[in-house]
Write a protein that binds this ligand. Structure first.
Ligand SMILES: Nc1ncnc2c1ncn2[C@@H]1O[C@H](COP(=O)(O)OP(=O)(O)O)[C@@H](O)[C@H]1O
Ligand SMILES: [Mg+2]
Length: 391
């Protein structure tokens, strides 16, 4: 594939690349004066007439292709681009093969991935997370699992109005499946950094994990990690002896949630990243928890040893109040306590050497860093009942 080629009636108008994509080469394309995003799948490949392989191998390949096509067409049928509320879901408008190669076409989105989400104001973060949550609710309501939820599959669109805000466009439904009916163990895809504990065990061949166990709750685990990432710019921490959050959780460890999160958000992220899928809240609960944008505020947690909170209270509004104070830009760029604790194990995003963006939280974004003497959690706090049981 090269610029100028016409594939399935779509003319390639940019240099094909695999930037941001693992299993594809993509380019922008045009047809009838409209712009599209064209994706060329690297696999599976349809066996050609002269491919020189035996009949048995050919049959296997054709079966694989047929399952691949079925999965894509099923999702396309369930998720039509004109479905109401689907405005932030970037869906396929065409799917075909030319010779041995499969292609998928979606509308072209003029967006970028957000490099420093932690720099956004709490209200902007809430809008971003809510638009993402609404798209996901649309999927989950019809029992579709996205299957590869991660920041690279969320394109962020900046909208300038009275107040600039950001909306999330959800892309890449190529690993989607019906809840409880995932692709086979050797076929299922996903990203180990964002994958849920049960997904990890399933793909590793753990026979205790039946296919029915892989549900929309796998997306909730990924969304929990992403929420933490959008709020502070890094994934929750875990011991360096684990390659991913899911591995740590499968070993019975709790992820280290950034201390600056409001208690409601801390509890929400922790519940979303539960080992047991049933312990994770639904997407509706996630949206309900985000109704008030102040849950997305970060607190400074500055306290004297053993003394009361600097803000004189620990409620949700207290946290927001601290953020509303004149910014105390820290000149000391040294690591914070939250960082020091996390240093025992690097943030998984960096530890895994993943392509996922994982900048460290920056201390001068208005969401100031935690100080060394942050109090332990669990003191009196105003709580929103999220409707899920104790962890
Ligand atoms: N509709 C779109 N409009 C513009 N860019 C897109 C669109 N869809 C995807 N991209 C870009 O292409 C990259 C790869 O696309 P994606 O569907 O995620 O492929 P892969 O399955 O290989 O991960 C994305 O990270 C994004 O930068
Ligand atoms: Mg992708």
């Amino acid at each position: 594939m090269k610029r100028g080629d016409v594939i399935g009636g779509y003319r390639v108008v940019s240099e094909p690349t695999n930037n941001g994509g693992g299993k594809c080469v993509w380019a922008f394309a045009e047809k009838d004066g409209k712009e599209y995003f064209l994706k060329r799948f690297l696999e599976p490949k349809r066996p050609g007439v002269y491919s020189g392989i035996g009949e048995a191998s050919k049959k296997l390949l054709l079966e694989e292709c047929s399952a691949f096509e079925d999965r894509h067409r099923t999702i396309m049928k369930l998720l039509k681009p004109d479905a109401s509320g689907a405005g932030n879901i970037v869906l396929a408008v065409d799917f075909f093969h030319e010779r041995s190669t499969y292609y998928k076409i979606t509308e072209r989105i003029d967006t970028s991935t957000l490099e420093t989400p932690q720099a956004l104001a709490p209200r902007q973060k809430a809008v971003l997370l809510r638009t993402l949550g609404l798209s996901l609710r649309l999927l989950h309501d019809i029992h579709i699992v996205h299957g590869d939820l991660k920041p690279a599959n969320v394109l962020v669109q900046k909208k300038a109005s009275v107040q600039t805000f950001y909306t999330a466009k959800l892309i890449d439904f190529d690993d989607s499946y019906i809840s409880g009916k995932p692709p086979e163990r050797g076929v299922i895809a996903g990203d180990s950094l964002f994958g849920a504990p049960e997904w990890r065990r399933y793909m590793q061949g753990d026979s205790d994990v039946e296919p029915e166990y892989l549900t929309t709750k796998t997306d909730i685990f990924a969304l929990g990690l992403m929420t933490h990432y959008y709020l502070v710019g890094a994934l929750p921490g875990h011991s360096a002896s684990f390659g991913s959050p899911a591995d740590a959780v499968n070993a019975g460890r709790q992820l280290r949630i950034d201390d600056r999160l409001t208690d409601e958000m801390h509890d929400l992220v922790l519940a979303m990243t539960s080992r047991i899928p049933g312990g994770r809240p639904s997407i509706a609960m996630f949206l309900a928890a985000l109704a008030d944008h102040e849950v997305c505020a970060l607190s400074r947690k500055r306290r004297a040893h053993g003394g009361p909170s600097e803000a004189g209270g620990d409620s949700l509004s207290g946290a927001a109040g601290r953020d509303a104070r004149p910014s105390r830009v820290r000149t000391n760029l040294g690591r914070t306590s939250a960082h020091r604790r996390a240093d025992a194990a690097p943030h998984p995003a960096s530890a895994a050497g993943s392509a996922s963006p994982s900048p460290e939280p920056v201390p001068d974004t208005g969401a100031a860093a935690a100080d060394s003497d942050a109090p332990p959690r669990g003191t009196s706090r105003v709580r929103i009942n999220l409707g899920y049981g104790p962890r």
